[in-house]
Design a protein around this ligand. Structure first.
Ligand code: ATP
Length: 363
């Protein structure tokens, strides 16, 4: 198992900076999802790690070895692309075995590796099927099996589910989850789909404009984004943000806010700081009954969303807040209601959009 380290890695395409002086480590034995919107540089970063793109400057290390100048072949990596790469006119078994034939392996060893990976991906039953007869999802599974059977040092996935039919997507996603958990290899997985990243990753490296905004465990990234971008990009919908939500802040950090019934204290605050409050819709409480730490609000919108939950829009003072509530709460809600923002669910962001070392309590 090797970690992958990039140091001051940069790629320019003319005026466009696709990857911007990036330094980070992809930990050995973990699956890291590179997640971010279209054009943020995910594929370019992965291609430089794979040796398919020459960096403008900077270095790539596999463990202690500087691989920046090595060819893709010399790097010994397994890759799975958006479109399944398969050899037509061959069976599933032959497809997986083909790259092994150029390596110095006995026939028995080749067969053992192919069987092992087919078991791992539960595809023994299809071993002799003609690749042409299979759907896109199964073909992609074959491409994954082939990458794994070579026992590469690292495995790179570039949006492998994007072009798989909806019907086999879920099944392939489950198979990939099982695979990455069992393999314990260093894996980088590029996706713009947050659900995919949340399901598969040990760590998510969130990218924006050629930089990594945060590299953290999925739950931590979701619950405690260290940047407004993470709050906004993750979640459906993303976080609520309320800029300058405190008024009359004194030098001890105590102030008022129309979102809380009592004064609040901002612990760790430096004088003159301005803050934005962030809270995820599913952490907001709304009730027709008074809430101890709540304020009155008006429900201005209501929609049923995935899972039968209700997405409510409520107004408190001049603030609009989105709340995702259980179906029963949503059905029972009246127009005049109560809104509570549990302090332990709040993330504060400073004027620069980053999370400061400041916490909020009711006093
Ligand atoms: P997507 O999910 O759409 O593939 P991405 O996050 O993978 O996006 P990249 O494909 O790495 O992003 O692109 C990053 C930036 O670099 C974009 O502005 C893109 O237009 C530009 N870019 C990428 N490859 C090239 C290239 N070969 N020539 C010129 N510009 C490029």
């Amino acid at each position: 198992m090797l970690d992958i380290r990039v140091e001051m890695l940069r790629k320019e395409f003319g005026q466009v900076v696709a990857v911007d002086d990036l330094t980070m480590t992809f930990e050995a034995g973990t699956t890291t999802c590179l997640l971010g919107p279209s054009g943020c540089g995910k594929t370019t970063l992965m291609r430089m790690i794979a040796g398919l793109e020459v960096p403008t400057r900077g270095q790539v290390f596999f463990g202690d070895e500087d691989v920046t100048r090595l060819s893709t072949r010399q790097r010994n990596i397994g890759m799975v692309f958006q479109y399944p790469v398969v050899y037509r006119g061959s069976s599933v078994r032959e497809n997986i075995e083909l790259p092994l034939r150029v390596e110095k392996l006995t026939k028995a060893e080749r067969a053992r590796r192919v069987d092992e990976v087919m078991d791992l991906l539960e595809m023994r039953a299809a071993a002799d099927a003609d690749i042409e007869t299979l759907d896109n999802g199964t073909r992609q599974k074959v491409a994954v099996a082939r990458a794994v059977a070579r026992q590469p040092r690292i495995i790179l996935f570039d949006e492998p589910l994007t072009n798989v039919d909806l019907s086999s997507k879920l099944q392939l996603k489950r198979a990939l989850k099982e695979l990455v958990t069992r393999l314990q290899q260093t894996i980088i997985y590029v996706t713009h789909d947050q659900t995919e990243a949340m399901t598969l990753a040990d760590r998510i490296a969130l990218m924006q404009d050629g930089r990594i905004v945060q590299n953290a465990a999925p739950r931590e990234l979701y619950d405690r984004p260290n940047d407004v971008f993470g709050g906004w990009f993750l979640g459906n919908p993303g976080m609520n943000f309320v800029a300058d939500f405190v008024t009359d802040l004194d030098s001890s950090g105590v102030g008022k806010s129309p979102l809380f019934p009592k004064p609040i204290r901002l612990t760790g605050m430096q004088g003159g700081d301005r803050f934005t409050l962030g809270i995820r819709p599913e952490h907001v409480r709304v009730s027709s009954e008074p809430l101890t730490n709540g304020v009155p609000c008006t429900v201005t919108g209501s929609a049923i969303v995935v899972g039968g939950q209700y997405l409510l829009t409520v107004q408190a003072g001049d603030q609009l807040i989105k709340a995702k509530v259980p179906a029963a709460t949503g059905r029972a809600i009246t127009q005049k209601a109560w809104l509570e923002l549990p302090p332990e669910r709040i993330t504060l962001f400073g004027a620069d959009g980053h999370k400061p070392e400041v916490s909020l309590q009711l006093v």
